[in-house]
Design a protein around this ligand. Structure first.
Ligand SMILES: Cc1cc2nc3c(=O)[nH]c(=O)nc-3n(C[C@H](O)[C@H](O)[C@H](O)COP(=O)(O)OP(=O)(O)OC[C@H]3O[C@@H](n4cnc5c(N)ncnc54)[C@H](O)[C@@H]3O)c2cc1C
Length: 475
């Protein structure tokens, strides 16, 4: 328990509150956002989270002197809702954006040894802002670079509102547009696997087109990368709690909702162990399977569709060296199983040596591998990538496994994702997996929370807070 509004179980005599009460179930980014938005509109909000902390899938934990993130998280300048969220919790300065997109890409599978390329933008308008970088990208042949340019223009021409895009897979589209296996690996998947959590062949063209159009082909700065320079828990737990407390939200952690139903007057009854909460509005901001299990009968036309939204894993491999082995904040890798490597030293509080986190998306093949096998696999790969590691001592090696990190962005997933409104008056859905038009990201989570709050406020006849993020209709 950290302050007056935070408790670890509900007091036995919680009074039923008259008037406009909302319960938000789930304290991930979607739930926190919905709670803040409703509270800012004057609704009395109780936020219920089953775990001992807020932040859901984007959290930190302690391992000795290290504060470790469960998985490296980045966002892009085009993630306007997540940026609004950072502002709202007063965390923007702790998760800054690059001034300009600059991704070092290291290929270790070259006859001449390691080769460094860069994906950078310059000051020109879209799509020329990436032209120079693409023209000099050493990991593709001249012909491949020219064909990438043509495919990018074809992608730019796709209409995201066309529902047939969702049924097609991105890999086939890329091949049909002249992209070689090498171009897919060295460019499209380099970005796509990290943002979609699937290789192109397993990803919906609609979602992939959305990511590439929004990130690379909308505004020159859209793909500038931002990431937390502090542990994620500092943002999504500590600062989020502070904002919730200031907004008057009552936050209950270590409290699991076991059922949601209505009483004879149509008021919502939210059950937690030993206690009953009453509300006019409920926002269910949990993962799709939990939402399916908690939704009252009749709330969705086809609730079983939620169970068809499958999940995809992300593995993070954490290595602490006794010395500095990397002189960049991060890089992406080719010609090795290593995908993206981040320097977490300062953020983790490590005082000596260097702490690297390897973010391995679409990790279906490795998510259950024993730590010893992963150690045997990844340490030699890091030696290939970073010569400085060869004489360095590994002080610590561990992994974090998120088996259900994201929903799988499979072709056809779009028609399974429900919007915020349900058929049950006063009951709303939120979560990165709902129909935001975005893949499973922090951006999608925040957008979903805003949409749920918007729908609830409209039904309650309350004006939306002026400073609340505006969600445009999803394509
Ligand atoms: C390893 C990893 C790396 C990622 N990398 C990125 C990245 O780089 N960029 C990016 O944008 N996104 C990334 N993501 C995705 C991002 O973290 C998620 O999309 C986002 O955090 C989901 O938020 P949410 O609120 O929708 O759901 P969740 O975070 O799943 O929140 C749901 C909450 O509901 C709670 N809950 C469930 N059932 C109950 C119940 N019955 N009662 C009370 N509470 C309940 C859960 O405990 C949980 O806290 C990554 C995810 C992982 C795991």
């Amino acid at each position: 328990m950290t302050d007056g509004t935070q408790s670890e179980g509900l007091p036995a005599d919680v009074p039923a509150r008259a008037g406009r009460d909302a319960v938000v179930v789930g304290g991930g980014l979607a739930g926190i956002t919905a709670a803040l938005a409703l509270a800012d509109a004057g609704v009395r909000v109780t936020l219920i989270e089953g775990r001992p902390r807020l932040g859901g899938l984007a959290f930190s934990f302690q391992r000795g002197e290290l504060t470790v993130d469960n998985g490296q998280h980045v966002y892009l300048r085009c993630c306007t809702a997540y940026r609004w969220f950072l502002d709202r919790i007063e965390g923007t300065a702790l998760a800054p954006l690059q001034d300009r997109l600059d991704v070092p890409v290291l290929d270790v599978d070259k006859p001449e040894g390691r080769r460094l390329g860069r994906l950078r933008r310059d000051a020109l308008p879209v799509p020329l802002h990436l032209g120079r970088s693409l023209a000099t990208y050493p990991h593709l042949s001249l012909a491949e670079r020219a064909r990438v340019g043509r495919a990018a223009l074809a992608l730019k021409g796709l209409d995201l509102a066309d529902p047939s895009l969702d049924a097609q897979d991105f890999g086939s589209w890329l091949t049909a547009h002249g992209q070689s296996a090498r171009a897919i690996e060295a460019l499209w998947d380099l970005v796509g696997v990290a943002t979609l959590n699937a290789v192109a062949g397993d990803a919906s063209l609609g979602l992939a087109a959305m990511v590439f159009k929004t990130g690379l082909l909308s505004e020159p700065g859209a793909a500038d990368i931002g990431w937390a320079h502090v542990p994620l828990g500092e943002l999504h737990d500590r600062l989020a709690r502070k904002a919730l407390d200031s907004a008057g939200v009552r936050t209950e952690i270590r409290t699991r909702v076991t059922s949601i139903s209505t009483d004879e007057n149509g008021r919502w009854i939210v059950q937690v162990p030993g206690e009953t909460l009453e509300a006019d509005t409920v926002v269910l901001a949990v993962a799709q399977r939990e939402a399916h299990d908690l939704l009252p009968q009749g709330a969705l036309d086809a609730p079983e569709k939620l169970l068809d939204i499958t999940t995809a894993p992300i593995l993070n491999v954490h290595v602490v060296y006794d010395r500095k082995v990397l002189d960049k904040p991060f890089f992406a890798a080719l010609g090795t199983p290593v995908q993206w490597v981040f320097d977490r030293t300062d953020a983790s509080g490590l005082r000596e040596g260097q702490y690297l986190a390897l973010s391995q998306s679409a990790a279906q093949d490795e998510i259950d591998a024993p730590v010893a096998a992963l150690r045997e696999r990844y340490l030699p790969e890091l030696e290939r990538l970073l010569p400085g590691t060869r004489g360095a001592e590994v002080k610590d090696f561990f992994v974090t496994r998120e088996r259900t990190a994201t929903f799988a962005p499979t072709p056809g997933v779009g028609r399974l994702r429900p919007g915020a409104r349900t058929r049950a008056p006063g009951l709303y859905l939120a979560g990165a997996w709902t129909a935001t038009g975005w893949p499973a990201t922090m951006e999608s989570a925040v957008r979903s929370g805003v949409s749920a709050a918007d729908a609830a406020l409209a039904a309650l006849g309350r004006p939306r807070p002026r400073h609340l993020f505006e969600v445009e209709e999803a394509a």
